[in-house]
Ligand binder design. Structure first.
Ligand code: COA
Length: 214
């Protein structure tokens, strides 16, 4: 991959942010190559799947996007050189430090990567970008995510119905048994599928339970 058109990561990112049992790093070629091989979940979490990074052109474009200047910062959680999760933050959202693209692949789930990754990022943000609270939106069916977010001090402040084009398109296509588990959080309204989403907020400095470090 060429590196000429990319701004130096050091101008925007620390080399690494150490955390319990992992560290956060900016995207780089080696980590992108490894993330391309992450396991995938498919519907209804298909938007997070990264198999498209196996296409070198897409990988190059995503790496460029993940390093470009602007309001967003994109981090990869790394354990012993292996990428185990990713998260992005919008530093300039009106509602606060806005966390998005929280993703831990299935082979690394259930051992606190999400909690430790977000805990590390928020501790760093509280220091480097002080004076802001945290906010995120989450699909109401993403129960594992909510458990992690609540342990980190997030609370649901709003519930709303949202038209997510990608999920709506899939809802027409997937068999009923795949629709069923998320059924309580979907509705067919005014001729289109909508998904229930929660807005969650965390006050800066709120206590966090990071769980045990492996
Ligand atoms: C949500 C997600 C980030 C959680 O990552 P994770 O590293 O497994 O999360 P953690 O281990 O820190 O905690 C998640 C909670 O779900 C539980 N959990 C995770 N995987 C589980 C599984 N397969 N079976 C049962 N429980 C599970 C954990 O035990 C934990 O619950 P606890 O706090 O009560 O012990 C990950 O599952 C994911 O990427 N999902 C798809 C994308 C997504 O939903 N992103 C969030 C969008 S807002």
């Amino acid at each position: 991959m060429t590196t000429t058109s990319r701004p130096p990561a050091g101008a925007l990112y620390p080399e690494r942010i150490p955390g319990p049992g992992l560290e956060l790093r900016p995207w780089d070629e080696e980590l992108v190559t490894k993330m391309a091989r992450w396991g995938e979940r498919g519907f209804p979490y298909h938007a997070f799947d990264l198999g498209y990074l196996r296409d070198p052109l897409r990988a190059r474009a995503e790496l460029r996007r993940a390093r470009e200047p602007g309001p967003h910062r994109h981090f990869i959680a790394v354990e012993n050189g292996e990428p185990v999760g990713r998260v992005s933050v919008n530093l300039r959202d009106d509602s606060g430090l806005y966390l998005w693209s929280v993703h831990v692949p299935p082979e690394h789930e259930g051992r606190g990567v999400c909690r430790r990754m977000l805990g590390t990022l928020m501790t760093w943000l509280e220091r480097e970008h002080p004076g802001h609270d945290f906010v995120l939106t989450t699909n109401a069916f993403a129960e594992h995510a909510h458990r992690a977010y609540k342990a980190l001090g997030f609370r649901i402040v709003e519930s709303r119905w949202h038209f997510d084009r990608e999920i709506a398109q899939q809802l027409w296509r997937v068999p009923a048994e795949q629709r069923e588990p998320i059924g309580p959080h979907t509705r067919f309204h005014n001729g289109r599928w909508e998904v229930q989403v929660y807005v969650m907020e965390r006050k800066r400095g709120a206590p966090m339970e990071l769980g045990s470090t492996p």
